[in-house]
Design a protein around this ligand. Structure first.
Ligand code: 0O2
Length: 245
C-alpha cells in the first residue's frame, strides 16, 4: 500500500472532522439564539399581552456562498481567517411589528450577559444609498461542546414587516443583475423605501394612540369596579348620587 495515500486519507478525515465541527458550531449558535428569542417573545407576550416579534428566520450560510465571500473579500482560505472575516455564517432575521420594537428587542439581546456585541449598524437611522433599512448586529456567543468552548459570531438583522417587504423584493429584483442599474430605477427604489418608512411611522403612531385609548378604558374599568362595590356603575351615576345627597 502506498504510505502517502494512507497519510492523505488520515489528513482528509481530520480535515473533514474539523470542517464539520466548524459548521456545527454555527448551527448550535443559531439554536441558542432561537431559544433566547423564543423566551423573549413568550415572556413579553405573557407580561405585556403583546408580542413584538412577527417572525424569526435563521440560516447557516451555504458552503457556496461562503466560498464566494472568501473570494470576494480576498481572505485566506483557512478556518481561522474564515471565522474572523466572514461573520455572517450564522444569520438570524427578526421581523418586528413596529420600529420601536426593533430597538426594544435589540436592547434585550444586548443586555444578555453571555452575548458580546461586536458590531452595531443602524441602517434605519442611516439607510443605505439604495434605501435599504434594518438594524444589524454582529454578536459573539459561547458554545459549549463536549471538549471545548468556542465563541461564535452571529449576524442579527432586525427589521419591520415593511422593511422586510422592501428588502426581499429588492433582493429578488436585483439578484444576479450585475450590470449598472439606471438612475431612474435607483430613484424609484429609494422612493419606495421612503414610502414604506412613512407607512411604518404611520402604523406606529396609530398604535401609540390606540394604546393610549386602551389605557384610558382600563382606568375607567377600574373605576367602575370600585363603584360596583357601592352599587354605582359609572362615574356619571356616582356624580348624580353625590348631587342627590
Ligand atoms: P445574504 O445572502 O443575505 O447573506 P459583509 O459583506 O457582511 O461583510 P457588509 O456588506 O458591510 O459586510 O454587511 P452589512 O451592510 O451588514 O450587510 C450584510 C447583509 O445585510 C447582507 O448579506 C444582506 O442580507 C443585507 N443587506 C445589506 N444591504 C442590502 C441591500 O441593499 N439589499 C438587501 N436586500 N439586503 C441587504 P449578504 O451577505 O450580502 O447576503
Amino acid at each position: 500500500m502506498n504510505m502517502d495515500s494512507v497519510i492523505n486519507l488520515k489528513e482528509f478525515k481530520l480535515l473533514k472532522t474539523e470542517l464539520t465541527r466548524f459548521m456545527m458550531a454555527y448551527k448550535f449558535a443559531l439554536d441558542e439564539m432561537d431559544t433566547k428569542i423564543n423566551i423573549l417573545s413568550e415572556e413579553f407576550n405573557y407580561m405585556h399581552e403583546y408580542n413584538p416579534i412577527e417572525h424569526v428566520k435563521s440560516r447557516v450560510k451555504s458552503p457556496e456562498s461562503i466560498i464566494n465571500k472568501i473570494y470576494r473579500k480576498g481572505c485566506e482560505p483557512n478556518l481561522d481567517s474564515i471565522r474572523e472575516n466572514i461573520r455572517d455564517i450564522a444569520g438570524l432575521r427578526i421581523t418586528c411589528s413596529f420600529i420601536s420594537d426593533i430597538y426594544e428587542i435589540s436592547k434585550m439581546i444586548q443586555k444578555q450577559k453571555d452575548i458580546k456585541v461586536i458590531e452595531y449598524k443602524d441602517y434605519i437611522k442611516n439607510p443605505k444609498p439604495n434605501g435599504y433599512q434594518s438594524l444589524h448586529m454582529i454578536i459573539e456567543i459561547p458554545i459549549f461542546m463536549s471538549d471545548r468552548e468556542v465563541a461564535v459570531y452571529v449576524e442579527i438583522q432586525i427589521r419591520t414587516i415593511a422593511m422586510d417587504f422592501w428588502a426581499s423584493l429588492e433582493h429578488k429584483i436585483f439578484y444576479k443583475y450585475n450590470k449598472e442599474v439606471p438612475q431612474k430605477l435607483l430613484n424609484e427604489l429609494r422612493e419606495a423605501s421612503r414610502m414604506s418608512s412613512e407607512l411604518d411611522k404611520k402604523m406606529e403612531r396609530i398604535n401609540v394612540e390606540v394604546n393610549h385609548l386602551k389605557k384610558l378604558d382600563e382606568a375607567e374599568e377600574e373605576y367602575i369596579v370600585i363603584d360596583n362595590n357601592n352599587r354605582l356603575n359609572t362615574p356619571l351615576k356616582f356624580l348624580e348620587a353625590l348631587i342627590d345627597k
